[in-house]
Design a protein around this ligand. Structure first.
Ligand code: PSV
Ligand code: MN
Length: 399
């Protein structure tokens, strides 16, 4: 690496943070079943401890996303949760209301045809906004399972209007530091018509909701051939990109570790962001978050793998020679344009990463440091014992 490249990569690393999801540390799984892990977090304290451990090793995961129903007990004091997070060296990040588990949402939440259910859903979101204000979180992150399974089942335009009304009401309650993120997903659980199925729908809803509503791109929520970086470029250009849920996927929302299937895709996404920042001379405010549930890999290891991969790809994308790229594009020199991206992608970024970790007093290899730390073994034995005492299922000899 040249000294200029080294500087650029280190600047990129200085400015990069990625949020871990509380649910990524707990026993989660597929729709069909769960394979329990002894070291999986049992409660919020465990989740925050695991997130703090990942942050201590990687130095770039200062916040943890929470799912209100999964993490907060009724009546729990959010300020106490914020204190608990601080104790573990992290802060509470995005607040995710839950509008898909309550029985009343069988026919939808914001698009339910019964105004009482829509109101119930809104109230839960208002409560979530209040939690966000109390813990000093900057994001309220909305994902909706709303949709229909059969043609004719719902009035598609009426459902759109109900969404617009609710999102507007939600936006009005935001505090001055809060941003509303609207996530899209083409299918699952609805298989005929998901109410917010793609970035266009999310964009339109965010635009209508108010100035502080933006689109959240979950990399898993796209059809196989979809060009995600182009969506990112459009959203950036419209100042409507609010955040990411990072994972990798082969078919649909597979929740795999970042870059395990296609690291070049994530590199291309980061390239669009770096190019925008350099050419517009301003860094857009983007919440980089992980959304993964691991059923096979140990959860902390998978999270560290994702974080390290995100850092690598973010730093590599900062090395793209933008002048050379734009020159090649101006001449319609396809080969040189493509090679400009490839050159950055294939640069060995490890000297920059090592230097950055050394400067920040971090282990040179976070995954190896985690394995050497004995954290997993200690967590497994403590949590195995607590599970037994609580009568909670565990993997037993198959874990
Ligand atoms: C839905 O598939 C989703 O991507 C949403 O972001 C949820 O909050 C998350 O997964 C739950 O794992
Ligand atoms: Mn997601």
């Amino acid at each position: 690496m040249t000294s200029k490249q080294l500087r650029r990569a280190r600047e990129a690393l200085d400015s990069f943070a990625i949020e871990t999801p509380s649910w990524g540390f707990a026993d989660t799984g597929t729709r069909f079943g769960k394979f329990f892990q002894d070291a999986a977090a049992i409660d919020l304290n465990d989740k925050l401890a695991d997130a703090g451990h990942v942050n201590a090793l990687t130095g770039c995961c200062p916040t943890v996303a929470v799912h209100v129903l999964w993490d907060f007990k009724p009546g729990q004091d959010p300020k106490a949760v914020a204190r608990l997070a601080r104790k573990h060296g992290v802060k509470i990040g995005a607040i995710n209301p839950n509008l898909f588990q309550d029985q009343c949402y069988k026919w939808g939440s914001f698009s339910h045809n019964d105004p009482a259910v829509r109101q119930h859903a809104l109230q839960h979101c208002f409560d979530s906004i209040a939690i966000g204000k109390a813990v000093g979180s900057e994001y309220v992150s909305m994902w909706f399972a709303d949709g229909t399974n059969y043609p004719g089942q719902g009035d598609l335009r009426a459902r759109k209007h109900w969404f617009e009304e609710c999102l507007k009401a939600l936006h009005q309650k935001l505090g001055p530091k809060q941003t509303l993120l609207i996530e899209y997903k083409p299918f699952e659980p609805a298989f005929y018509a998901t109410d917010i199925a793609d970035w266009g729908m999310a964009y339109l809803h965010a635009k209508k909701a108010g100035k502080r509503a933006k689109v959240l791109v979950d990399t898993g929520h796209h059809y196989v051939a979809q060009n995600i970086e182009q969506i990112v470029a459009f959203l950036l250009d419209e100042d409507m990109l609010g955040g990411f849920h990072f994972n990798d996927r082969r078919y649909a929302d597979d929740d795999l570790t970042l870059g395990s299937i296609d690291p070049y895709q994530i590199f291309r996404i980061f390239h669009e962001i770096h190019a925008f920042s350099a050419e517009r001379r301003r860094a857009p405010k983007i919440a980089y978050m992980i959304d993964q549930c691991h059923n096979e890999k140990p959860k902390i290891e998978a999270t560290i793998q994702t974080v390290v991969m995100a850092q690598e790809l973010y730093a590599k994308a900062a090395l793209v020679d933008l002048d050379a790229l734009r020159r090649a594009q101006a001449k319609n020199n396809v080969v040189d344009a493509e090679l400009t991206l490839k050159k950055a992608f294939f640069t060995d970024i490890s000297p920059a990463l090592l230097a950055w970790r050394k400067a920040n007093k971090l282990p040179a290899d976070p995954l190896a440091a985690h394995r050497d730390s004995g954290y997993e073994r200690a967590a497994a034995s403590d949590r195995r014992r607590r599970r037994k005492a609580l009568g909670i299922k565990s993997g037993g000899s198959f874990a």
